[in-house]
Structures are given as structure tokens and as C-alpha cells.
Ligand binder design. Sequence first.
Ligand code: 5GP
Ligand code: SF4
Ligand code: MG
Length: 447
Amino acid sequence: CGVAGVHGNREAANLVYLSLYSLQHRGQEGAGIAVTDRSKIVYEKGMGLVADIFSQEKLDKLQGDIAIGHNRYSTTGVSALANTQPITVTINFGQISLAHNGNIVNADEIKEGLVARGAIFGSTSDSEVIVHLIAKCGKDNLIDAITDSLRRLKGAFSLLIMTKDRMIGVRDAMGMRPLVLGKLKNNGYILASETVALDLIEASFVREIEPGEMVIIDDDGIKSIFPFEKTTPKPCIFEHIYFARPDSYLFGRNVYEVRKKFGRWLAKETPVEADVVIPVPDSGVVATLGYAEASGIPFEMGLMRNHYVGRTFIEPSQSIRHFGVKIKLNPVREVIDGKRVVVVDDSIVRGTTSRKIVKMLREAGAKEVHMRISSPPTAFPCFYGIDTPTRKELIASTHTVEETRKYITADSLGYLSIEGLMDCVGSENYCHACFSGEYPTMHKNSE
Ligand code: 5GP
Ligand code: SF4
Ligand code: MG
């Protein structure tokens, strides 16, 4: 998911709208914006893309100088309007709104306890437990109530909480999901998942919110506290591999630079003789540039992507080969025909797309197809806010690399190692559980 919030600007809701637009890649299922004019919080939410949900008319209703927003990408709970955020409720401290990126691992357990004590839940999202905890914890000031509640959570959260006059941003102690602070050109502050949101609205980057840090922004400025027990940071390496935009700065690094390094390392770890190296667009493009640079194999755009592919399309009645992938990707025969082709993608999840791509390239005349992946085999599900399928659907959990190569029908298949990943980001302190199975929290043995 993506979150963004603005404090201290008359156009708060408009600026949040633009921020959500630039964070659209973090969630396309639904979005919402909540705003306060200091007397009450109002909000608009909807299903689908930000630009489709918010008309000028809807934005005009969102008057006030503090606003937070959310792009939803469901990792827990079904895709439904009730699960879109911000969650806005009235509790003993008045109205609050909350927008959450991440996933609470012990949400079900907490929810069971709350329901047994009479709580009523209006959604199936894991984030709703947070507002319930805040409402019920019995503290007499809001900040204590929030910190006390968040201490009970296991898992990942980069959170924005808005009251009638304050905006609070907080990252879990491991800092699994990103959150950055910016200063607006005229007045006020912005908190957002990625720096691309700041770029669009011409805010200047101040710094990242640190793992375990809570910032409280009000009319007096910013106050920072560290309410959690200190622990080793475990930011999500998959943000750098796939999820974040390459033009963002994340966990102290530029995503583009990191991705390019992944590609260079991949070329060193899995060399092959070939005539051309091509990306699977868009997610494989930057790593492919690195691969080309390190291997000396010329870079070409051998697959073109249609950027207008919507949610659903009408399937033809007569069968067309690779239809599902063809609507999105089409080979450039001039680049492929008669060549030994290296094709680079960021990850293999189920293997079905890769298999179709390999076949498509052969049909376009490729003499050899060598698949290269700028991350290790994804063999374990994520419990921290990235939507991976269940263990048994992950091809790497049931297939060796050689078996996967056979399945996708490539001439060779090579992955970047975990050591390679860590070397590229210059730190061991990253979560890589979806590749290694080394989960940084205890978690239910869910399939
Ligand atoms: P596969 O070959 O496993 O069917 O598909 C691999 C493709 O899925 C890669 O191009 C990769 O970019 C993409 N992918 C990896 N993780 C995600 C994700 O969380 N969401 C979406 N939409 N695509 C993903
Ligand atoms: Fe990121 Fe993978 Fe860890 Fe999930 S399991 S937080 S996707 S590195
Ligand atoms: Mg992709």
C-alpha cells in the first residue's frame, strides 16, 4: 500500500491526492483521503485508481489544512470498499483517521480477543485492530494510547494517524516499510511512503522516519519520540527489487542505483554468451541496464508493453496462444529473430508469466532464451505487506532451479544470490524472508 499525509496547508487534500497519484504503483484496488478543518474529519473513498475515484467535485468537499490518504493493495482481507482506508472512527479521544502500509502478523489473535470482549469490526482488514486497541487501552492521552497499542503489534507498519489538529507518522521498530518526511514549498509538512510523492508536489526531502520512530506534527512543529524497544532494522529488500519506483530514495539509497547494481551482480554471478539482453518491462528494465553494462551484451527493448491494460478484458472465443500475457507484452521480432537472447526480470513468483514469455520469444525467432532474475528464488510467502501467493503456489517452493528452468522451457535460468542482494545494498540488515525463510518475527504457520 501507499500512504501520504499533509499538515499545515490549505490545499492539504489536493496535495494528498497528487501524492497518492504518484504512489499508485503501491496499490490499485482502492484509495481514500480524509481531511480535517480542525472541527471535524470528513473523507472520500472508492474502489479503483486514484484518478478515477476523485473528481474535482469530490476533492472540493475535502476542505481543511490536514489530510491523510491511502492506496490499497490487499494482502489481508478481501478487496472491498469496507477495507479501503483511511479508517475514520470516533473514539474517546474524538475523531481519528488511520492509514496503514504493512501487515500486522498477530491481527487475528488480537481481533479474537477484542471480539470476545464485545468489539464490533466493520472490515476484514488487519489495520482495523489498531484503532480498536487505541480506543480500548484505557490511557488518558492519545499519544500514550497509540504507543501502548502499537507495542502489542507484531509485523510491519508504516502508519499515518490524523486527529482534528495533529498528524502522526510512525514506523515499526524494524522499519520494514518505508516512510519519508518532506517540507512543502509554502507551508507545512508531508509524510509519504516514497520520495516520488514529494517530487511531484515540489516538497523538499527532509529525511526518512527512522525505524521505531514516531513523529507528531502540529502547529508548533515536529516532535520525535522512540516509543518502542530498540531492535535490528529489517527493511524489506523486495521494495528495492520490485515494489518501489526506481526514482525513489528508500532506506538510504536510490532504488534505480540499487536495481542497476542487482543487474551488474547478476551478470557476474550468472554469465552467459549471448547476442542481446532484453528486459521484461517495466519491472526488469533497470536491472537489465546493469546486466548489459557488466556483461558487455547490447541492451535492446525486445518486448514492448501496452500500458493501457485494464483490470479485465474480453477473451476471444477462439483460442489465441499466450493471450493473457500477449495483451500486455509483445516481442519486437527485429530484435529477437536469429539471436541468442538473455531476458531479465525482477522475480519469478508462479512461473506462468515467465513460461509464456520464453515461448513468445522463441516464436519471434530467438535461437536461445536465457532467463535471468534479479532476485533469488521466491520460495516463501510474505507476511509483512507484499501480496505473495501461498507457499504451494510459489514455483520455487516445490521446484529446484533446474526444474523451474524446464518448466519455463528456457535454455538456462539464473538468479541473483542473497549475498549478492545484500552486497548491493551494503547491509545484512534487510528482511529477505521470502527468499530465505528467515522471518524476522514469529508468525503463525499459515499456508
Ligand atoms: P511469474 O513468471 O511468476 O508468473 O511472474 C513474474 C512477474 O510477476 C515478474 O515480472 C514480476 O515483476 C511480477 N511480480 C512480482 N511480484 C509481484 C507483485 O507483488 N505484484 C504484481 N502485480 N506482480 C508481481
Ligand atoms: Fe519484503 Fe520478502 Fe520480507 Fe516480505 S518477506 S517484507 S517481501 S523481504
Ligand atoms: Mg514484472
